[in-house]
Design a protein around this ligand. Structure first.
Ligand SMILES: Nc1ncnc2c1ncn2[C@@H]1O[C@H](COP(=O)(O)OP(=O)(O)O)[C@@H](O)[C@H]1O
Ligand SMILES: O=C(CO)[C@@H](O)[C@H](O)COP(=O)(O)O
Length: 519
């Protein structure tokens, strides 16, 4: 059996799945946590990747590997390949003003026509403008810019020199300086934002090879052993998160070599992609599907045959990992809204879900607007969350739990609506979809049935499928059988979205009147 590995280096953790290239059967898997925060030393991702690979039983029998990663993160490298500063992640909103300046400079329509999307704080181009303005010395040291998945792939290839950096269409489309419409970089826009044009990764096609692992390097430290990362033999889900991941010395990439025990030589590296693009591959999304992912971010996206250009800015006109397109709406607030509600109530997530299902649909009018991290759609980076409709009768843990689940899902319903499609199916995935309350309440908020694939790591699975595609080399990714999904149906809760819209309008009013804060 030929084996492939898929990596999901997302906001909160790194997950690795090892699957059969021919059938897609899960052989084994592992995970390790990432640190919190929105500005992160990429060394943490590398160490989490090594720990997750170790927890997954290593790569000795693996023929090809692909890395999918959180989109947009700004990784700046100096001329020697060292990381210049902590990466600014997709959910770091300090670049909000920079994004607004870029939009003012050209107009929203021009951006949508040029790169398929209107810049917001999340986009790499906005972060680069922030860097040029606020940290000119770091900007001057920046010889190359890449994304989280590009950097990890390059390190797996032995950090072979900046000119060997690669990316793919999907992740490149989230930079704001690569056009999914023309398939080319817009260096003029990068220059407008950053002042100079650093070296950019070569954009690979869906089945191009990014490199090959060179094997152990005597200069690199051994991977952590006895780490608290979790691994499971084939078939069973990863279960509870590991309690922290070991990290090496922060600050720099090594500029050469990979971990000796963990990364054997000769593994072929697929192009990799952004996590949402990989999820589309992993879940087998087909035209007519809309996928709603409840991860750190909330996303609603569809596979499309033609590029999109929403001058309104809600829909990002991304490319996918197969040569098609992936219009996507992203919110900053999804699974962590549940984490926050559980923390407020002092209960674990499972208990939060039980409480939510005990309260009546609509929580008797208690409404939570979930903008706990600011918001991206609508574009209100400095907004805060709110709770409306508090009465003595709604001041119960069950009402608050229900309002948190419903409020989070109302934000996703807005995203779904903003996509402007009439889907045949809405598929629900991501860590938050492991919650029974989320699965059962989603159709009451969306007003339509929700298809829930079996719990799994669909981003890592999509990366593994891309790695298998690198080996097969056919015109389409290999067909892997999928387990039957659950379909959840329920009556839409009357008045819920209207009450949410009223509460949201109050938040919008107050957020718009507040001066934009930097940093
Ligand atoms: N059983 C559960 N109930 C509710 N939320 C869950 C459950 N299991 C995991 N999660 C949530 O899923 C989130 C992580 O989802 P994931 O898709 O892995 O995120 P990311 O890819 O952004 O790192 C966490 O915030 C966690 O609280
Ligand atoms: O910014 C976006 C999409 O544009 C996010 O979806 C990131 O790609 C992070 O994803 P998760 O870590 O939440 O999966």
């Amino acid at each position: 059996m030929t084996l492939v590995a898929g990596v999901d280096s997302s906001t909160q953790s790194c997950k690795v799945v090892i699957r059969s290239a021919e059938t897609g059967a899960l052989v084994r898997q592992g995970r390790a946590d990432h640190p919190g925060g929105t500005s992160v030393d990429p060394a943490h991702w590398w160490n989490a990747l090594l720990a997750a690979i170790d927890a997954a039983g290593g790569l000795d029998d693996v023929a090809a590997l692909s890395v999918a990663g959180q989109q947009h993160g700004m990784v700046c490298l100096d001329v020697d390949g060292r990381v210049v500063r902590d990466a600014l992640l997709w959910n770091d909103t300090r670049s909000a003003e920079a994004a607004a300046e870029l939009v003012s400079a050209l107009g929203a329509r021009a951006w949508a026509e040029a790169v398929g999307s209107v810049p917001v704080a999340s986009f790499t181009i906005s972060k680069l403008r922030w860097l040029a303005t606020h940290e000119p010395l770091n900007a001057a040291r920046t010889a190359a810019v890449c994304l989280p998945h590009d950097w990890l792939t390059w390190r797996l290839a032995g950090s072979p020199g900046l000119d060997r950096l690669t990316t793919d269409r999907g992740d490149a489309s989230g930079t704001g300086y690569w056009s999914p419409i023309t398939g080319a970089y817009r260096e003029d826009l990068l220059k407008l934002a950053f002042g100079t044009i650093p070296l950019l990764p070569r954009v690979l096609g869906p089945t191009d090879q990014a490199g090959i692992t060179p094997g152990p390097s005597p200069t690199d430290s051994a991977p952590p052993s006895g780490s608290p990362a979790t691994g499971t033999p084939g078939g069973s889900p990863t279960g509870t998160p590991a309690t922290g991941s070991p990290v090496g010395p922060p600050g720099t990439g090594s500029g050469g070599g990979v971990g000796p025990a963990v990364i054997p030589a000769g593994i072929r590296l697929a192009p990799g992609t952004g996590d949402n693009m990989a999820a589309a591959l992993g879940v087998g999304a087909r035209p007519g599907d809309v996928v709603v992912s409840v991860g750190t971010s909330g996303t609603a996206f569809a596979v499309a045959d033609a590029p999109s250009r929403d001058a309104g800015g809600a829909v990002a006109g991304f490319a996918d990992a197969t040569g098609r397109f992936l219009p996507l709406v992203c919110t900053l607030n999804a699974a962590r809204v549940l984490d926050a509600a559980a923390a407020m109530l002092g209960v674990p997530l499972d208990r939060l879900g039980e409480l939510a299902l005990q309260a009546p649909p609509g929580a008797d009018g208690l409404t939570l607007v979930p903008y706990l991290e600011g918001e991206r759609t609508p574009n209100l980076p400095h907004a805060t969350g709110a709770i409306h409709g508090l009465r003595l009768s709604t001041s119960t843990p069950a009402h608050l739990a229900r309002a948190a689940v419903e409020g989070m899902l109302c934000g996703l319903a807005d995203a779904l609506e903003a996509l402007g499609l009439t889907p045949d199916r809405v598929l629900l995935i991501g860590g938050g979809a492991r919650s029974e309350a989320v699965r059962r309440i989603a159709p009451t908020v969306f007003g339509r049935p929700v298809v829930v694939p079996p719990p799994g790591e669909y981003v890592a699975d999509g990366a593994a499928r891309q790695a298998a595609w690198l080996l097969s080399g056919g015109p389409e990714p290999p067909e892997w059988p999928t387990d039957s999904p659950e379909v959840h149906e329920a009556e839409q809760t009357p008045g819920l979205r209207d009450r949410y819209a009223e509460s949201r309008a109050l938040v919008l009013g107050s957020a718009r009147s507040r001066p934009v804060e930097g940093g």
